[in-house]
Design a protein around this ligand. Structure first.
Ligand code: HEM
Length: 453
């Protein structure tokens, strides 16, 4: 009896809370390519067939919006920025922001990222000379936060970076809790959890609002600058819709800035942490990378111009994104009735996609749990169907920052690997921990060795 009541309230949530990655992997492998599940009282379907994924993310993308419990929780932080909004609001803002993120335009952020990577290499060198470990998980978070912040705000906001790094894990923890617990204390009850969430969010809001306000005060000066000399915040502030000539409202700007700041650092930081982890686990692969860097770069600090030649490094990063996709799952809500294979999807049903599960499905990837960067050599069969490799999503809502993230990842890794060899400091087990993004279950401490000591 109790079991039946619990099931009617929680549905399959207990299974998902216990082992979300294992459960999604198993469900995604069903021969039907679609697995029904109940999230509380909501009907949901996990889809693992690339044809269904293509249908939802590309062919019928307008029928699938982001009004889902997971995205609603994220909205508490990001508001209705590009990541969470849909329909005309999403379209308008994506159109405004897109030009700044085109492959060749992101190159103009190269010098900022080069400078920050070198600064971090100096910091690592100091740690190394003192015989101290570095915490790769924390440092990757700091470096990518500084990267996206400088690109957005121009000025160095490192004075706020400690505070952002403090509050951010609190916010993520709370979001994960909200998504997986249909029954919890309402927000207005001052439980410890509610209070710490509110306090963390207020702190983040104060930082972002302060930065926007400062910029508004310099708007005339910025309007006189050449477009390429402007940082991203100024570009967004001045961008005008081609059709209506409108600019973004203050609220919209706040939401987009928060979106770019958060979507733009947490994900890349996780990806890079996993690259360090994998290079420790596969020393032969690390050696091949060191050889590539020796041939292509030598002793100097790499620049953005070097990146197209670092083919092995690009393959290694792609393979890390396959094994540990930072956005390990995302979902949609059906607006109108639809059909996937023989399954009828009703309005309001949720459709879930798990890059983690798809990218480790043995039906599509040989020896899927093994790190094998050759899979990403040009022309390899395994990565020909783009609906099987989804670290950045797919279709019109594919990640806006994909080119930026790849450029930044290549540059940071190339800069640090040119100077250091790294291995794990301790041997405590590390597992993937699915919070909102896929983090490591424990800090990844590295022992560094200077290559040219
Ligand atoms: C390795 C790093 C990154 C990964 C794995 C990643 C992953 C993703 C994924 C999977 C989506 C699609 C989610 C969905 O369809 O529901 C997405 C969307 C998005 N990402 Fe990223 N992302 C990364 C870096 C970045 C960066 C650096 C930025 C910005 C500077 C960024 C900004 C965005 C935005 C604005 C969207 C929403 C796009 C839209 O809906 O139109 N991301 N990202």
């Amino acid at each position: 009896m109790l079991k039946t009541v619990a099931r009617s309230i929680y549905g399959d949530l207990p299974e998902l809370i216990k082992d979300p990655l294992g459960s999604f992997q198993e469900r995604a492998r069903t021969p039907a390519g679609i697995s029904p599940l109940k999230l509380g009282r909501r009907q949901a379907y996990l889809i693992g067939d690339p044809a269904y994924i293509r249908h939802v993310l590309l062919e019928q993308f307008e029928n699938y919006d982001k009004e889902t419990p997971a995205y609603e929780a994220v909205q508490l932080v990001l508001g209705r920025g590009m990541f969470t909004s849909h329909g005309p609001l999403w379209k308008k803002n994506r159109r405004l922001a897109q030009p700044a993120f085109h492959g060749h335009r992101v190159q103009r952020f190269g010098p900022i990222l080069e400078r920050i990577s070198r600064r971090f290499a100096e910091h690592w060198e100091r740690q190394c000379r003192q015989g101290e470990p570095v915490d790769a998980s924390e440092d990757m978070m700091k470096i990518t936060l500084e990267g996206v912040s400088e690109v957005l705000f121009g000025a160095d906001i490192s004075e706020s970076s400690n505070e952002i790094n403090r509050v951010f894990p609190i916010i993520l923890r709370n979001l994960a809790f909200r998504v997986t617990r249909p029954i919890r204390w309402p927000d207005w009850i001052p439980t410890r959890r509610n209070r710490e969430f509110r306090e963390a969010l207020n702190s983040l809001n104060r930082i972002v609002d302060g930065l926007i306000l400062k910029r508004r005060q310099r708007l005339t000066e910025i309007e006189a600058m050449a477009p390429d000399a402007r940082d991203l915040l100024s570009t967004l502030m001045l961008a005008q819709d081609e059709e209506t000539g409108e600019r973004m409202s203050d609220q919209q700007l706040r939401d987009e800035v928060m979106t770019l700041m958060i979507a733009g650092h947490e994900t890349t930081a996780n990806a890079l942490t996993w690259v360090w982890y994998l290079l420790d686990q596969y020393p032969d692969e690390a050696e091949r990378l060191h050889q590539e860097l020796e041939v292509e770069i030598g002793n100097r600090a790499p620049t953005v111009a070097d990146l197209p030649r670092l083919k092995r490094l690009r393959m290694v990063i792609s393979e890390a994104l396959r094994l540990y996709p930072p956005v390990w799952t995302f979902d949609r809500r059906a607006i109108a009735p639809d059909t996937l294979g023989t399954t009828k999807i009703a309005p309001g049903d949720l459709v879930i996609i798990s890059p983690y599960a798809i990218q480790r499905n043995p039906a599509f990837w040989s020896d899927p749990d093994t790190f094998r960067p050759e899979r990403f050599e040009p022309g390899q069969e395994e990565q020909k169907n783009k609906f099987l490799f989804l670290p950045f999503g797919a279709g019109p809502r594919i990640c806006l920052g994909q080119s930026f993230a790849m450029m930044e990842s290549l540059l940071i890794m190339a800069t640090l690997l040119t100077k250091f060899r790294a291995s794990r400091w301790d041997s405590s087990p590390i597992r993937p921990k699915p919070v909102v993004t896929l983090r490591t279950s424990a800090p990844l401490l590295l022992r560094l060795e200077l290559k040219n000591a």
